[in-house]
Write a protein that binds this ligand. Structure first.
Ligand SMILES: CC(=O)[C@@H](O)[C@H](O)COP(=O)(O)O
Ligand SMILES: NCC(=O)COP(=O)(O)O
Length: 237
């Protein structure tokens, strides 16, 4: 079974554009769960341009499904995750000025750093996942860090799919095969959408969770969040 975790960053982006509290991020998370979302994902960035650290604290008691906090493990982020104690932390190597995530970890180069950070989270009962490109060396490196899961960075797949090239799935299938052999859990995310999710799910064995934000919120403008979440759940069956 593949769980749908709804990334609510874009709800915060919309709220912040006006300076008030509409739409309310906590209310949207509650409604998304009521509509069937099996997890809520947030990705606070250092500039807090969308989800703010305070939002993450406010969401703590309202997320009754799986709470997934993503981000670059700078000291402030580590402290916040240890205090909130979500179900899962996903480590993403974001540059401070990145518009959105644009690369996975170099798990070989940063092995020692990742081992230390992952150990701390796991000692506190928080499941770990690390964001990686679909590259076999990076999957092998991820195994060495002690992480529970990887999150496959799906931007390249989504781009190729939009061009009509279904072979873009191949590196992901190979990486998933290796991850399954190594005993690493598999998550995926970035630019997944109603168009491309079904083919991804059908071809990736052992896909545990997808986190979807930008497309899901965009699609909801036309179809409504309740309908869209149901459509994703149907495609992930
Ligand atoms: C790791 C990942 O792919 C997502 O968290 C994505 O980067 C969303 O972040 P933004 O909402 O800042 O684009
Ligand atoms: N981890 C990926 C995520 O949370 C959502 O990414 P996107 O759907 O906003 O591209």
């Amino acid at each position: 079974m593949t769980k749908l975790s709804v990334n609510i960053n874009k709800i915060a982006t919309l709220r912040n554009s006006r300076g008030g509290d509409a739409p309310n991020v906590v209310q949207f998370a509650k409604d998304a769960q009521r509509f069937g979302a099996e997890g809520i994902t947030v990705h606070p960035r250092p500039d807090e341009r969308h989800i703010r650290y305070q939002d993450v604290f406010d969401l703590k008691s309202e997320v009754t499904t799986e709470f997934n906090i993503e981000g670059n493990p700078i000291p402030k982020f580590i402290d916040m995750v240890l205090e909130v104690k979500p179900t899962q932390v996903t480590l993403v190597p974001d540059a401070e000025d990145a518009i959105t995530s644009n690369a996975g970890w170099d798990t070989v180069k940063h092995k020692d750093f990742l081992i230390d950070v992952i150990k701390e989270f796991k000692n506190n009962g928080i499941r770990t996942s690390i964001f990686v490109d679909p590259d076999l060396h990076q999957i092998e490196g991820a195994k060495e860090t002690g992480t529970d899961r990887i999150e496959l960075y799906t931007e390249a797949y989504a781009h190729q799919f939009s061009l009509g090239n279904k072979d873009g799935i191949k590196p992901y299938m190979e990486c998933a095969g290796l991850a399954n052999t190594l005993g690493l859990g598999i998550n995926a995310g970035h630019d997944l959408s109603l168009d491309n999710i079904k083919y991804f799910k059908e071809n990736i064995t052992g896909l545990l969770e997808v986190s979807i934000g930008h497309a899901l919120i965009s699609e909801s403008l036309y179809l409504g969040a309740k309908n869209v979440i149901k459509m994703y759940l149907d495609k992930l069956k």
